[in-house]
Design a binder for this molecule. Sequence first.
Ligand code: PEP
Ligand code: MG
Length: 321
Amino acid sequence: AARASLPVFDGTGTTSDGHRVPLLANVGSGKDAAAAAAAGAEGVGLLRTEFCFLGRDTEPSIEEQVAAYGDVFKAFPGRKVVIRTLDAGADKPLPFLTDATEPNPALGVRGYRTDRSSPGVLQRQLEAIAAAAGAHEADVWVMAPMISTADEAGDFAVMCAAAGLATAGVMIEVPAAAIKAQAVLAKVKFASLGTNDLTQYTMAADRQLGTLATLNDPWQPAVLQLIGMTVDGAGQAAAADGKSRSVGVCGEAAADPALAVVLTGLGVNTLSMTPRALSSVGTVLASVTLAQARELAGLALSSHTAGEARTQVRAKLPILE
Ligand code: PEP
Ligand code: MG
């Protein structure tokens, strides 16, 4: 019943002077994907595959996985669908992959790191993604969560290629990967910034602790600087081999319309968000030129606090008054 009230965005992500920023959806199932398509998403920027299998204590079979991913492709025929491999651990435990007794799960064996502790699960998941994509002629992009180094990115790209998946990428959500973005992006075709974890790790503030919300704020200038460094690193990787790299944002930051403008100004190429934010983000984005977005990004970057960045940028967006 709640789905009926989802605001519908009937355009494409564009600044007032025609700079395209595709607006994609974060989803956790085929059902979510169908709702996202109805809400006007241009594709899927993040399928959280662990959400398909939460509460399971055994690894899903390849057939179950093919069916789950196929349901997402069905909602976006021929459109871009970014599938993230299992991000188990910390706030998203999966009993068949993670160790509930770890003392410090956010810094523990989570995301891509589980490929070492549970060999085979990632490879089978990639095979299932490739099978589902083949059955639906999907534009499938695959990315790994919690990548920290260029070596990890390279190993993941090799695994994707072996499974027949050509478009491999990484989440940038560990500060080390943002700092070394050029080397990381040299190994893969795209990046998606996970600003929820990037903020948590940059500020050393648990994303689940409401009492730390002032620190745990993607408007923190240090976080914005790391986002800018990632875009710059992607540009350098592209200049080195002549192949452009897409850098998206799929954390909650993309759903904040004023911050979406700043991210666009920082050079981010796509924004992926909860479907209910598509319409407001699209409307605010269409109210600025790319040059204005860049100016607002500069203003936010040079602010001393998250609060100052937010207040200053919002004050320059009359549509938010
Ligand atoms: C993020 O970290 O910003 C992200 C998109 O992934 P998740 O919230 O699932 O960790
Ligand atoms: Mg994350």
